[in-house]
Design a protein. Structure first.
Length: 149
C-alpha cells in the first residue's frame, strides 16, 4: 500500500486536505510529530471532516520513532523536495513506497534528507519557490498510483 508521511505539519487545513485525498485514493497516512497544531483525532476531524473514518492514520511521536517503524517494515522513503534531483515523473515508484512531505514553513532538516531513499521534485517555472504541499502530494501520489497500478 502506498503511504503518505507528513513531517511535522504546520497547517491544519493542508493536513485535512491531504487526509481527505488519502481517504479517497486509499492511501495510508503517517503523521510525524511534533506538529505545529494539535493532531488529536478531535482536531483532525475538524480539518478532515467525515473522511477520517476512511483513512488509516498512524501518529509517530518523533522522526526517530517513524524511522524505527519504517526500518522494521522495510518501507522505502521517497522525499518530495524542491532540491530533488529527479522530477517525480521520472522516478520509478513502487506500490509500497512512502512519500514524505515536509513542513510547510521549513521543509525537512538535513538528517531527514540524508535518510530518504530517493528525493523527487515537482518541476516549476524559474523564479517561483514552490507549490502548496497538498497540491504537490496529490501530483506525486497520482503518478505513484499510475505507475504502481
Amino acid at each position: 500500500m502506498l503511504r503518505l508521511a507528513l513531517y511535522q505539519p504546520d497547517i491544519p487545513q493542508n493536513t485535512g486536505t491531504m487526509l481527505r485525498m488519502a481517504a479517497c485514493l486509499g492511501i495510508a497516512v503517517e503523521i510525524i510529530e511534533p506538529a505545529g497544531f494539535d493532531v488529536s483525532a478531535r482536531n483532525l476531524r475538524r480539518s478532515g471532516l467525515d473522511y477520517l473514518d476512511h483513512v488509516a492514520i498512524t501518529r509517530h511521536r518523533s522522526w526517530d520513532a517513524f524511522q524505527e517503524w519504517r526500518r522494521e517494515a522495510g518501507i522505502r522513503l521517497v522525499l518530495a523536495t524542491t532540491t530533488g534531483s529527479v522530477p517525480y515523473t521520472q522516478h520509478a515508484f513502487r506500490g509500497d513506497d512512502c512519500v514524505l512531505m515536509g513542513r510547510e514553513s521549513a521543509g525537512v532538516p538535513d538528517a531527514v534528507h540524508a535518510a530518504a531513499d530517493a528525493r523527487v521534485r515537482v518541476p516549476i517555472r524559474p523564479g517561483l519557490r514552490s507549490l502548496n504541499v497538498a497540491v504537490c502530494a496529490a501530483m506525486i501520489l497520482g503518478e505513484a498510483i499510475r505507475q504502481a497500478g
